[in-house]
Design a protein around this ligand. Structure first.
Ligand code: GAL
Length: 372
């Protein structure tokens, strides 16, 4: 083989293995985040699964303009081994063109989260589903499953959970203040912003904004993660929380949520519990500092909204809080605000940083700095 041809082939094989854009080694919250093709990552309202040493980032594939908030494509997946550089793995779950199908193109498909079931060896995706043409009235959660992490995912069904079942902590919940719970008792409870959490014992939980977004519901999923058990609790009745994200650190469960202002940012909240099913104790606003790009601080969560708390593999106590900075008028331009989590005096704290890298988790000071 002649020399130029050999070096061309070497470059080609390098490019298929490595991103051909310049490798990144820092997080830049709020900026364009190019994938291996140099295209801004398209995985909004996302979640990250760590599997066999690789991170997989699943999220809403948005398109241009206001209509780009609807699901015109599906759930996008990217892979990474270092969390800075992401390779496009395509569409894990595709919308369909069959009229009347649950995930018909033009439906609303938000906040997809994927978990791996050790027993069945299946990858299970749950997401918030609004049926096409019905605005946000359907308020359903939906499930899809795959044999391979990047898909293709097979759509199974959508539902309103817990039809005919009272929550385990609802004794006082049957009172007059809980009209939505009673209204939806027969048909199933509403489910909008949601997340999933798998505990160390392999039990998986579905956490969602229910009851017209007034009250969170936390439900135990079945052992195969494909359905709901009858066990669920109401959390912060009337507290108006959404965008839930959960992590576990030193046997405590921490949750970050937002208030209810649609795409517009508001102040985040946080809570702690000894068990996923609660009781949960409010801890106040976890945000500290100001985003110099927009002048927004804790009162508006730096201009962003919580979506997931990502455990950094192999680093005990290291978590990244993932937020979305929505751009509803041009949905595809939405930005990602990833920030390191600190645990300070029993609280979960998320401090704004313009640039940072994973070495912050090696600094003992990060864990002990007082919250401002
Ligand atoms: C937000 C929610 C987003 C999306 C949006 C629609 O409150 O967190 O996921 O549903 O409303 O307005």
């Amino acid at each position: 083989m002649n020399r130029p041809l050999a070096s061309f082939i070497a470059l080609l094989s390098f490019c298929t293995l490595m991103p051909c854009t310049q490798a990144e080694n820092v997080f830049r919250p709020g900026e364009i985040w190019p994938d291996n093709h140099g295209v801004h990552i398209n995985a909004h309202g996302g979640g990250v699964l760590h599997h066999d040493g690789v991170y997989y980032w699943f999220g809403e594939h948005k398109t241009e303009g206001r209509g780009g908030n609807q699901a015109n494509v599906g759930v996008h997946v990217y892979r990474s081994t270092d969390l800075y550089n992401w390779k496009d793995e395509g569409i894990a779950l595709k919308v369909v063109d069959e009229p009347g199908h649950d995930i018909e193109r033009g439906c609303v498909l938000e906040r997809p989260k994927v978990i791996y079931n050790e027993k069945t060896k299946k990858f299970v995706m749950w997401f918030h589903l609004e049926l096409k043409g019905q605005g946000y009235a359907a308020a359903r959660t939906a499930v899809a499953v795959a044999d391979h992490v990047t898909g293709p995912y097979t759509y199974l069904r959508s539902l309103r959970p817990h039809a005919g079942v009272w929550p385990t902590n609802a004794v006082e919940g049957r009172g007059p203040q809980n009209g939505y719970l009673r209204r939806d008792f027969a048909g199933g409870q509403m489910s909008r912003d949601m997340t999933l959490f798998v505990d160390d014992d392999g039990k998986a939980y579905h956490i969602t904004a229910s009851e017209e977004n007034r009250t969170l519901h936390i439900s135990l999923l079945t052992d195969d993660y494909l359905d709901f058990t009858d066990q669920y609790v109401r959390v912060f009745p009337g507290g108006a929380n959404e965008a839930p994200a959960i992590c576990k650190h030193n046997d405590k469960y921490y949750m970050i949520t937002s208030g209810l202002t649609g795409w517009a940012p508001n102040a985040a909240r946080s809570a702690v519990a000894d068990s996923v099913m609660g009781p949960w104790k409010p801890l106040g606003n976890p945000a500290v500092g100001v985003n110099p790009a927009n002048g927004l601080g804790p009162e508006k969560t730096f201009g962003a909204q919580s979506t997931f708390i990502l455990p950094v593999a192999g680093k005990d106590g290291a978590f990244i809080a993932m937020f979305d900075q929505w751009r509803p008028r041009n949905a595809i331009d939405g930005r990602y605000v990833w920030l390191p989590v600190e645990f300070v005096d029993g609280r979960i704290v998320v401090r704004y940083r313009e640039r940072w890298d994973l070495s912050v988790f090696d600094e003992p000071a990060a864990a002990t700095q007082p919250a401002d």
